[in-house]
Write a protein that binds this ligand. Sequence first.
Ligand code: ADP
Ligand code: MG
Length: 618
Amino acid sequence: MSDLIRLLPDSVANQIAAGEVIQRPASAVKELLENAVDAGASQIKLLIKDSGKTLIQVIDNGTGMSETDARMCFERHATSKIREANDLFSIRTLGFRGEALASIAAIAQVELKSRKEDEEVGTSIIIEGSKVKSQEPVACAQGTTFIVRNLFYNVPARRHFLKSDNVEFRHILEEFQRVALVHPEIEFSLFNNDKPVFQLTKGNLRQRIVHIFGSHINGKLLPVEVKTELVSVIGYIGKPETARKTRGEQYFFANGRYIRHPYLHNAVEQAFDELIPDSAIPLYFLYIDVDPTTIDINIHPTKTEVNFQHGQLLYASIRTSVKHALGMFSLSPTIDFDTEPTFDFVAPKGYEPKEPTITLNPDYNPFRKPQNFLKANAGMTPNRTGWEKMYEGIAGQPSEQSGNEDNRDFQLIPSSQNDPAPTLIPENNLFEANKLFQVQNRFIVANVKSGLLIVDQQKAYERIIFERISSNAEGQAIARQRVLFPQNIQLSAVDTEVITEITDDLDSLGFEISSMGGGTFVINTVPSNMPSNEIIDFIDCLLEDYKKDRADSADDQRIKLARIIAGNMAVKTERTLKVEEMQQLIDELFACQVPEVAPDGSKVLKIIQVQEIDKLLR
Ligand code: ADP
Ligand code: MG
């Protein structure tokens, strides 16, 4: 039998490798921006068309490439950044694998123009699907321009799996911000379909953060700085009042690279400890610098996880410096570095650890107003308690929907006003109200014919609200109420994209939200019966949940939103219910179309049959 094994042609090998490095337009954007930074550019311009599906163009004024380099850069494992294996341990550049351009050229139509400072003419190369189509001298400015057209044009399956323009653009924005946040000394601009999104002038770190996230953040940033022999951390944290109940801006960078690090995230949270509720997440921009030999750099280009050799020291340093930045040093002697729990880290021979040097902010007093989130503040409850009111027998907000005379704030809105939703209860009197009782403030237990009914209180609420919202979402306008004092919410560029994407669906679910420009939105209406005092928090949570659980297809987006809204409206209601409240909840639940299943698919209730009880007690 003849031999079967063959080497794959380069173009095929490149295409396969490309799948690893370039997953979506944002991955190409990241690689091109990082190359421009590595090339020492002081100005970098990013132009996007159709969320990068049609065009990604990066223009830099960096070193540029010689004719040979311009050709070489598209080869696999072609890099100017390392020469030998040892170099791997001292990487200071963002790229080093020499894979990115080969990958992009394998799956797109790429045009490169580049000129070095000391050369008169530059080089232009056109390459498509790894095949060079043309190469010629060209007059161009110093630096490099990459034009990437029709990404995945020859990998239809990939192209097919790209998400909506909004989603893809959001990923691009995230990558752009991550690079721009590390290099305030570089001028960055971003244009989407010819419209300017960012024009970031040179400045210091604080100015860069404010340029990106808006002037409302200025004045709310506290500087953090700590330097030890082995690690250094600088950056900013947000004052406690900026902590949100949702993930917002949390950025760690290690040696100029954006990373995720749950362990170090915990160090920041620990430092904020008493100042914010458990459910709130502080905002931070922290830049870690360590000796490159102490960082596990052998990470995949698309991964953001990193291992630090001195992780524990970093943890302690971050925790301490954040505490100091918060001004807690004067309040809590126990955070003295000496009394911190000691961490075992292996110090190199002859190394004597020094105390970190801390930059204090003498002006900051965490107990000065406004301190919305101070736990100590009597009467401040950290949870979304406002929504709880929905279930209490109190009068609601003024509502456009009348006919709410019985003062109950909680009622199913029947599909037609004259035709109340049928309730399943009365049929041979399934429940005896006076025999309902509550377990652990979480479950309602009832004696039913065949045994014991257990209802999860929280899930029951979610089901009820979900049905109310989603049935209304099918075509009919949901009853809504105008917010008496329309509230403004300021969103980051990413969240602005998200909310724009779901504006119509939110509107059909009762939230009328309009854009004022510059990331400011005003909330005009909310579904009736929703208390209006915590709307901003509510929208935050909603956006965050939506981002976590993004709709893949357009048609289930509205249901998904309904589910998220239900989850957020049905507050964590672990509290004692009166018998009438239990009865009402059970009634409403069994008036639902699918009382047994929570919006997330889990079980709302279970009946334990008498026989099962017998068995249990055998
Ligand atoms: P890597 O960045 O890992 O080295 P790439 O495939 O991204 O690999 O780039 C290959 C090489 O092309 C780089 O090492 C660099 O020498 C050159 N290069 C890429 N982009 C630029 C640019 N914008 N300006 C100058 N040189 C560049
Ligand atoms: Mg690179």
